[in-house]
Design a protein around this ligand. Structure first.
Ligand SMILES: C[S@@+](CC[C@H](N)C(=O)[O-])C[C@H]1O[C@@H](n2cnc3c(N)ncnc32)[C@H](O)[C@@H]1O
Length: 299
């Protein structure tokens, strides 16, 4: 066993206890799927999609929702040709998402400005653990909705604050996200930096050694995009998608730190009815594995 593996076991034990450790070990043997996986597979099977900020294990063969192996083709988009997560990225037909599929096209662009993508052009859009990295999430969501064809599906995965190094930070409000949209907040925004430097739980962040290195990296966020600008719980994720105008079908908060939502774009002129998901005591809040979701809110 390497030192890296021991450190990762220690981190898991600190954040999730013995039961989390055992769950993690079980997951290595039996892949876990989203509850609704079979019901919604048809939204992706044989279809053409766009991923923003991929590739992602959650969409791979052993992932929560294995879209890659059933999709006809998936393009991918990232903000730069070299990233902390993917290393060097080359534009063109270079997005290898599954061993049995031809690669999709790789684009370099901002999540909130899909310059190469036509409106209504994709059957689905995927995004995992990317939305929290953009300074303007509602702008990104509206761009993703624009490129979806009517009745096309968004499969969104966002980290739940309770399961990450964000757990000490306050959950962002929808009003704040709306303000970012209206003010046209751009990716060089560092409004949240003082709060992050004060409340980020470095013990749960394997990506950086010590506060000084974290501060230096965070100040260069426009280049590396490692910051979580905003802090999501399940309610905020639902509110953000509703505010964009998508019809929500599934909301599933899943340990250790995922919030999964499936939503579709409505035909022109139709408004979503997401009332059952917006209730303060919506079903997903009551059954959520995350404590802050289960605390009743007054909305
Ligand atoms: C935390 S990684 C997640 C990687 C992968 N999706 C996963 O789930 O493991 C965030 C991803 O979003 C990309 N990203 C961050 N900000 C972005 C932006 N403004 N536009 C496009 N991609 C962005 C990063 O380069 C990276 O690929």
């Amino acid at each position: 066993m390497t030192i890296g593996m021991i450190e990762s076991i220690k981190r898991k034990f600190r954040s999730e206890g013995l039961s989390g450790l055992l769950r993690g070990a079980m997951r290595k043997i039996v892949p876990r799927r989203l509850h609704c996986y079979r019901k919604y597979l048809a939204c992706f099977e044989g279809k053409i999609g766009l991923e923003v900020g991929g590739p992602s294990l959650v969409f791979g063969r052993r992932g929560l929702f294995p879209v890659y192996r059933v999709a006809a083709c998936i393009d991918n988009l990232n903000f730069h040709d070299e990233t902390t997560w993917e290393g060097i990225i080359t534009q063109g037909r270079t997005f290898f998402f599954d061993k049995n599929r031809l690669p999709g096209s790789q684009y370099i662009a901002e999540a909130g400005n899909l310059i190469a993508q036509r409106s209504d052009s994709y059957d689905f859009v995927l995004s995992s653990h990317m939305l929290e990295h953009t300074a303007n999430p509602l702008l990104a969501l509206s761009e993703w909705m624009r490129v979806l064809r009517p009745r096309g599906a968004l499969l969104l995965v966002v980290p739940h604050k309770d399961g990450t190094f964000d757990h000490r930070r306050p959950t962002t409000s929808l009003a704040h996200l709306i303000e970012d949209l209206e003010r046209k907040t751009t990716e060089d925004d560092l409004t949240h930096l003082p709060e992050i430097l004060e409340l980020h739980d470095l013990d749960l962040d394997s990506g950086v050694e010590g506060i000084e290195a974290f501060k230096a990296r965070s100040e260069k966020n426009p280049e590396n995009r490692c910051l979580h600008h905003h802090v999501f719980d399940t309610r905020l994720t639902v509110q953000a998608i509703d505010s964009t105008g998508l019809q929500i079908h599934v909301v599933e908060p899943i340990r250790p730190y995922h919030i999964v939502v499936i939503a579709t774009k409505l035909d022109d002129g139709r408004k979503p009815d997401n009332r059952c998901f917006l209730l303060p005591d919506a079903d997903y809040c009551k059954s959520s594995p995350f404590l802050s979701d289960r605390i009743p809110c007054t909305a």
